[in-house]
Design a protein around this ligand. Sequence first.
Ligand code: SF4
Ligand code: SF4
Length: 381
Amino acid sequence: MSWFASMLPNCLDYAKAAKAEGRPIVGITCEYTPRELIIAAGGIPVCLCGGSADTIPAAERELPANLCPLVKSTYGYHATKGNPFLEMADLLVVETTCDGKKKMYELMAESRPVHLLELPQRQEGSAALEQWVGELRALVAVLAEKLASSPSQDGIEGAIRAMNRERSLRRELAALMQSAVPPLTGRELLDCRSVISGVPMILEQYERTLEMLRAREARGETQSRVRVLMTGVPIVRGAERVVDIIEGAGGLVVCMENCTGLKPIIDDVAEDTSDPVQAIAEKYFALPCSVMTPNERRRTTLRQLAEEYRPQCVIELIWQACLTYDVESFFIRRLAEEELGIPYLRIETDYSPSDSARIETRVQALFETVRGRSVAQTRPG
Ligand code: SF4
Ligand code: SF4
């Protein structure tokens, strides 16, 4: 896992070497972006989402303060030129998701090459999927032009296999948390992620980490902790504070449903089809993000994950000003409390540590409720 501890410098070395060999760097900021098409065009897809509070003041000079910290942090890196991956990027591929991101991209496009995919926001019916397929076919043409390398059918198939392999390895890593005595913590699992995807170096690191963790002695102390399912917004590198608070207060995050957890890796892209772009479009379009309306599939996913990971409570993280996840929290609370029959806690915060003590108090109260219920359930009669 030491490779993942130095993941950013390791990925930076890889990106610099790839760039020196003439391979383009393509920045992405969302899990709807089909990395397979970028890889097939010879590019290196790199996630540019910002998790640092330090870049937010620079962002607020141009963006309204009441935007989500993820949007502001990402933009702050753009404004300060502080993200070397962004500075290296030959192209950014972005989507129409939430309003904050969408409008932020307009500002970035003033000085960087940005290609915007129009993401339909209703998943039912064939018309929306057809539109998304059309967007991806247009992306193939854009990549061919901007990266000077047209993705071939064989190249796309190869990239699908590489990304399916990566998703499968990450699912296997996550599934270690299904154990009553997992060999790692939720924070350790969260750290086993990379900003670059689908390249042999990363696949090898996931394989080695999985092998090491399978051989690792189960951690007895994880058994007495409260099992937590986290849902809500993505938790990008640098913004893990709430996970640390939860695990520091005696919890164990056994499952993360969000975009930095299982949500984008549950489904694979169908292999060896006659139309791989269609297959890619179908997988990505089914992602249950709160920008979709309605978003029933998120609840279906949560039911399935609750069965597999056996959480004792649900904690939902909402970045301040993230309206779509915030509104959807109504359904998630109802699902947890009325359907799954476990306590639910909604935490709304940003990247500043100023409310850490208050969050810790609320998490401790939640865990007392969980422990109180366990005692009541084990009491005879
Ligand atoms: S939460 Fe939604 S907008 Fe954010 S990365 Fe995931 S899919 Fe994209
Ligand atoms: S957390 Fe919410 S507001 Fe922030 S980028 Fe994601 S969807 Fe948009």
